[in-house]
Design a binder for this molecule. Structure first.
Ligand SMILES: Cc1cc2nc3c(=O)[nH]c(=O)nc-3n(C[C@H](O)[C@H](O)[C@H](O)COP(=O)(O)OP(=O)(O)OC[C@H]3O[C@@H](n4cnc5c(N)ncnc54)[C@H](O)[C@@H]3O)c2cc1C
Length: 387
């Protein structure tokens, strides 16, 4: 494989041993608790897993993106989508803005402890009236002296209930639409911040919250990057976010097919194993072909990412294909288990529920179609916020 060298393979082996020892025995308890314990963050931090892409100056490893590809694949193969999602949000979404454009002060105060696994981070962009349409957000941060006063609300925030800090997007001027949005670090214990944990269909080991801000005081040094540039920073970071979600969805699909095939080898019906039934064989063949080709597209795009190429179209395509495919794979694989697939004891039941969110988070499939159409039909060129 041109993308992975010997060190990447060794990394995958030790990571997979870590998942086997530290995640698999505990995953069900985390699902029940509806959250991850502080200890797993710390263990991951100690291994350097939470700083793979981050700067060495703040405790990161500054490793090439293929380490992150391996990391996300192995997280997804744990079969606990909520765990994988929470960790991916911490490393590739909630700390991404701090890492890219935060001041040295902010990186030292907030990025470092997240890399060490001592603090959990969340990213709060979506609002009750602004999901797909980020530019419709209303949460407002009013400048008063040396601080901002934040008021408004956010919804569906991963890690939001327990996060030690939250990267929050808010308007800082009366300008409308994409203009006048800024990003801030807001501490989880700030006065005026209240949080409500949401009940959801899958991803049970990750907490998802609704956040309410009532004149929350934010020191002005907690502004990330330049005031008014938030929308462009958010759009820019969507590429890594969508690639990460695509990797999680694609690896989960691979794992579901593996579980299904194992079951089809051992389950006998009408005098023979399930894997001898042609209609099932063809489904496995079709879905395996789809997953394998998607995987190569993901690796190619990860390589392009490393070349600093503009990959808006590729990331939207990956997000769309991987998330839609994971729904199809989950459906077939659950079906192949018959009644057992519907039972809580079987990982496929959880993976089926977890897969459903893939077409919603990080931009829905409909929005991915919109972006791809703009690139392919209108030849739209997206410029990086950092160009
Ligand atoms: C488990 C979970 C975790 C999440 N984590 C986070 C997080 O950590 N941080 C965060 O900020 N957000 C998070 N989200 C929010 C997520 O990003 C939004 O739910 C998503 O962007 C869709 O927004 P919405 O729910 O408001 O749907 P809406 O925007 O209201 O869309 C409703 C439906 O209309 C369709 N639609 C909307 N506009 C168009 C259009 N122009 N053309 C065609 N169809 C359209 C959508 O595709 C969708 O099917 C999370 C959501 C979930 C479920």
């Amino acid at each position: 494989m041109p993308y992975f060298n010997e060190e990447h393979h060794l990394f995958r082996e030790s990571l997979s041993r870590f998942v086997e020892k530290e995640v698999l025995p505990c995953g069900k308890a985390w699902e029940k608790a509806g959250k991850l314990p502080a200890s797993i963050w710390k263990k991951m931090g100690d291994q350097g897993y939470l700083g793979l892409i981050h700067e060495e100056a703040y405790g990161g490893l500054n490793a090439d993106l293929f380490y992150s590809v391996i990391f996300l694949e192995e997280l997804a193969k744990s079969t606990f989508g909520g765990f994988a999602g929470a960790v991916a949000v911490q490393e590739y979404m909630a700390t991404a803005h701090l890492a890219k454009t935060g001041s040295a002060f902010l990186k030292d105060k907030y990025l470092r402890p997240a890399i060490e696994g001592l603090q959990v981070a969340a990213l709060a962009i979506s609002e009750p009236g602004a999901g797909s349409n980020v530019a419709a957000m209303k949460t407002f941060a009013r400048k008063k002296g040396s601080q901002y006063l934040l008021s408004g609300s956010k919804i569906f925030i991963t890690n939001g209930f327990h996060a030690d800090y939250i990267t929050v997007a808010a308007r800082t001027s009366e300008e409308k639409g994409t203009k006048g949005i800024s990003l801030f670090v807001v501490e989880g214990n700030s006065a005026g911040l209240s949080r409500n944990k949401l009940e959801k269909m899958g991803w049970h080991s990750s907490d998802t919250a609704e956040l309410f801000f009532d004149e929350v005081k934010i020191p002005q040094e907690n502004l990330i990057g330049e005031a008014g540039q938030g929308f462009y920073y958010i759009m820019d970071s969507f590429q890594l976010e969508r690639l990460a979600i695509g990797i999680l969805a694609s690896a989960a699909s691979e794992k579901m097919l593996e579980l299904s095939l194992d079951y089809m080898n051992e389950r006998n019906v009408f005098g023979g194993p399930l894997h001898e039934i042609q209609v099932l064989r063809h489904q496995i063949a079709r879905l395996s072909a789809e997953v394998s080709s998607l995987k190569q597209f993901i690796y190619h795009t990860a390589w392009l990412f490393g070349q600093k190429t503009n990959i808006v179209k590729e990331c939207a395509m990956i997000k769309l294909k991987a998330s839609e495919l994971s729904k199809q794979v989950a459906d077939f694989c659950l079906q192949s288990f018959g009644g057992y697939g519907y039972m809580r004891d079987y990982p496929i039941e959880r993976m089926f529920r977890d897969a459903r969110v893939n077409t919603i988070i990080g931009g829905t499939s409909e929005i991915m179609h919109e972006i791809i159409a703009k690139c392919v039909i209108d030849k739209k060129q997206y410029r990086s916020a950092y160009a």
